[in-house]
Design a protein around this ligand. Sequence first.
Ligand code: ATP
Length: 320
Amino acid sequence: MKRIGLLTSGGDAPGMNAAIRAVVRSAINSGIEVYGVRRGYAGLIEDDVIKMDEMSVSGISARGGTILRTARCLEMLEKEGREKAVATLRKYGIEGLVVIGGDGSFHGAKCLTEEFGILTVGIPGTIDNDLEYTDFTLGFDSAVNTCINAIGNLQDTMLSHERVCVVEVMGRRCGDIALYAGIATGADAVVLPEKPYDIKEIASRIETTRKLGKFVNTVIVAEGCMSGEEFAKKLKEFVPYDIRSTCIGHIQRGGTPTMADRVLGARLGVRAVELLGSGVGNRVIGIRKNEIVDMDIIEAVSMKKTFDTTLYNTLQMITM
Ligand code: ATP
């Protein structure tokens, strides 16, 4: 393997830059040239490609976002678009491609492999933690930490006014951000796409805490269930307290990546290059029990994310 390509696709996630840096540096240290593709598959189709060197990734690990930028690209869903993408890879003599992104991005990589025989390796870069084959996705830890800092700020002011604080976090099909943030911030309830909720039960729990002398309540709602505003409106019918809803929104996507995401990005990036360097592709890389693992891309994208019932029970056991 003489040349590899690298792109980030789908939603950006803190830690993507650490992975980019690791791919570029470890490839160059192994005698492999690296071409960076800007704006994900859109840049591949439009030939937006740059040669990367050691210095092009200097000082980027501490920055959120992705220096290669990212995009969602409908053309990639069509065979014609994918043919253009492959033409760009052939133009530069790129033999293997590292795709940093989520589930959708992996589907794109899978198509390039199945239809054109391009060697691809996927790195799970998404804040959602919605991929079954890996314990954690790159960016999840940073996003949850951003949320818990924001929720801490909210709790200070909500306590002063004796309010109920409803916080909407990201997570369309997977409620992991809400669940982990809920445990970390001592939330009274979390509302997740994976679990039915009972608003009367949540209201009665809030009432119990007030009787015990608590003056602030926190309910975290994953966006996949409903908006925080909508939930606050429903809850208002059952509790007499002042309720305020806040949507953390895109703030949770950006910001300084945590140590965990920087180190994970480095480990995943190095393994991606090791695989491509030894002529192995059609794989995705992840982390299980703190070991970096790889798996067939087709198998990985067909796995359904299971809900962490043990962690959910932990939350139930520590709420009043
Ligand atoms: P996130 O989890 O942050 O949303 P993602 O990678 O799942 O990230 P998507 O928008 O689903 O984000 O996918 C990113 C891009 O991958 C799409 O814009 C498209 O270009 C490509 N893609 C998605 N699904 C497919 C598919 N079935 N076939 C080919 N390409 C796809």
